[in-house]
Design a protein around this ligand. Structure first.
Ligand SMILES: [Zn+2]
Length: 403
């Protein structure tokens, strides 16, 4: 067996068992087995908010420094996939649900630890690998990592970054825009005030003004993604609608806050509807679940997505963990320029709430994530294994020397 095929065995095993969010148990068991196979002592950690949910952890070594490596084991659903969702190899790619997002990343971490163990590489301190659950939905796995590992010296998550060192990630702001108008009879020209038209005007104004380019420290200009996802309003074709609601999502950057963005949206709506008597718009935070129901205040989903919120992340590029990964990427022939991850990832809880230096580094490509033919490039996978193999001892042994 070549080194590469031995590494790919971890990928094949994790992709080979489905793990859509909420149905992760069988795949967690496989992951536990793989952790033991690479010499890690395993344990389970129950997560808050969701009955029966737990993360699986594997630990090597003890004491300080402590490096936490995480990857979510859950995936989005497999319906509509045009490839074998449990894995198939074609050319230089491995197809299947979760290959890029992000079993490929978790597998690369395990493959790297496997190589280090077989090579007898000494690791100062401890490494904890955590397979988290529910990242795609209720985020309780990542939240538990923040509770369990607030003493970590660094945390690395293998979300798909195409082997770039992502020192930042965007926040995710879910909002609802309510527009009220005035009901009327549709036979009378100009009767009532049409809330659906008002909502379109207000939503358009928010997108036009806020789909802007923002300067992100250390990373340069980045364009904001935002837009409406769901719209509901009106009773009948014969009644001028007096209410309409649009649910939107906006991604946001380090230095911005959810409150600040909502205030701006309200201001934009007020200006957009200023010349329209009887049309009023308000924006506030709210998240719909996949069935289209809003998470009610007091629920776990509301706490995570709205009350606490999914915040942006930015790590100083001069921290030891970023240096260790960039050096490893250089040594392995990759692109060491720091990057911003497109989406939000669940180490943000640990990074924000406990100030643990954090970065994302993974072999997947976010453009392949959540698609009908999700895949991972096997050369990128191999590069990620080599980078982890170099960066993990690089960080631990240099941090131990400084301590
Ligand atoms: Zn992901």
């Amino acid at each position: 067996m070549t080194e590469r095929s031995r590494s790919e065995h971890f990928l094949e095993r994790l992709v080979g068992v489905a793990s859509v969010s909420g149905q992760e148990a069988a795949c967690l068991q496989v992951c536990e087995g793989l952790m033991r196979e690479v010499g890690l002592a395993t344990r389970r950690r129950s997560c808050p908010g969701v009955e029966g949910a737990f993360n699986v952890e594997g630990v090597a070594g003890a004491g300080r420094p402590k490096l936490v490596l995480t990857g979510h084991i859950d995936t989005v659903p497999v319906e509509g996939m045009t490839v074998n969702h449990l894995g198939e190899r074609r050319g230089g790619r491995y197809y299947g649900r979760g290959t890029s997002d992000m079993k490929g990343g978790l597998a690369a971490m395990l493959a790297a630890l496997d190589r280090l163990r077989r090579a007898g590489t000494r690791l100062d301190g401890q490494v904890v690998v955590v397979a988290t659950v529910y990242e795609e939905t209720l985020k309780c796995g990542g939240y538990q990592v923040a509770l369990d590992h607030r003493d970590a010296d660094a945390v690395v998550c293998s979300e798909p970054t195409d082997c770039r060192v992502a020192i930042g990630a965007t926040g995710n702001l879910p909002v609802r825009l309510d527009v009220t108008g005035k009901a009327g009879h549709t036979s009378i020209p100009g009767s009532g005030r049409n809330a659906i038209l008002g909502a379109l005007l207000a939503a358009r104004a928010i997108v036009d003004e806020m789909a802007e380019t923002v300067e992100v420290p250390h990373l340069g200009p980045r364009r904001r993604a935002l837009g409406p996802g769901v719209i509901r309003g009106g009773l009948s074709q014969t009644v001028v609608p007096d209410r309409c609601t649009v649910w939107m999502e906006a991604r946001y950057f380090p230095g911005e806050t959810a409150e600040g963005l909502i205030a701006r949206m309200n201001d934009i709506c007020a200006r957009a509807l200023a010349g329209q008597p009887d049309l009023k718009a308000t924006v506030r935070g709210e998240r719909l679940d996949f069935e289209g129901h809003a998470y009610p205040p007091g629920s776990w989903g509301h706490f995570i997505c709205v009350e606490r919120g999914l915040k942006p992340l930015l790590t100083d590029p001069d921290t030891a963990i970023v240096r260790a990964f960039r050096e490893a990427v250089v040594a392995e022939g990759g692109d060491p320029r720091p990057e911003l991850m497109y989406g939000w990832g669940d180490i943000e809880f640990l990074a924000t709430d406990h100030k643990v230096p954090a970065l994302y580094f993974g072999p997947g490509d976010v453009k392949a994530a959540h698609t009908a033919d999700e895949y991972i490039d096997l050369d990128r996978y191999d590069l990620a294994v080599r980078v982890y193999e170099r960066a993990v001892p690089g960080f631990l042994n240099s941090a131990a020397r400084r301590a």
